[in-house]
Design a binder for this molecule. Structure first.
Ligand code: AMP
Length: 131
């Protein structure tokens, strides 16, 4: 069965899309650690990110860089923190999280609650800055 992220990429499950090309899809995390928390996912369904081919992993990093630059323009933050967890969804992904301080990356922090309207506005703001 396809992963939840493959179903999102296929458009079977809605998402707040931020960027897409032929190999990758970026969208807002539904349970964000901060406004603008984005996931970058390869369209090829592979569980563990470090099982991806070297070329695809390198391209994923460069695609993530574009998304980071757009997040930085759209969301006030000091840095965009990068995390790989992968314990919940077995489809490789990179978390991009706007942060002000180190402790913003503590996984057990309370999550930000947003309305669908707020999610859509954030996604639109980031999307508008993707080069
Ligand atoms: P992990 O696999 O541990 O890196 O965590 C998976 C991440 O995917 C979590 O931060 C979830 O909030 C996020 N997530 C799970 N389902 C969805 C979904 N349908 N849309 C957006 N984000 C999701």
């Amino acid at each position: 069965m396809a992963s939840i992220f493959s179903r999102i990429i296929a458009g079977e499950i809605p998402s707040y899309k931020v960027a897409e090309n032929d190999k990758f899809y970026a969208f807002l995390d539904i349970n964000p650690m901060a406004k603008g928390h984005t996931l970058v996912v390869p369209k090829q369904e592979t569980d563990y990110i470090f099982d991806l081919d070297d070329d695809l992993l390198a391209e994923m990093t460069l695609f993530s860089k574009k998304v980071v630059q757009a997040i930085e323009k759209a969301i006030p933050c000091k840095r965009v923190g990068v995390m790989v967890i992968g314990l919940e969804v077995p489809h490789a992904h990179i978390h991009l999280i706007p942060i002000q301080k180190e402790t913003d990356l503590i996984l057990t922090n309370p999550r930000v609650k947003l309305s669908s309207d707020e999610f859509e506005k954030i996604a639109e703001a980031i999307r508008g800055n993707v080069k």
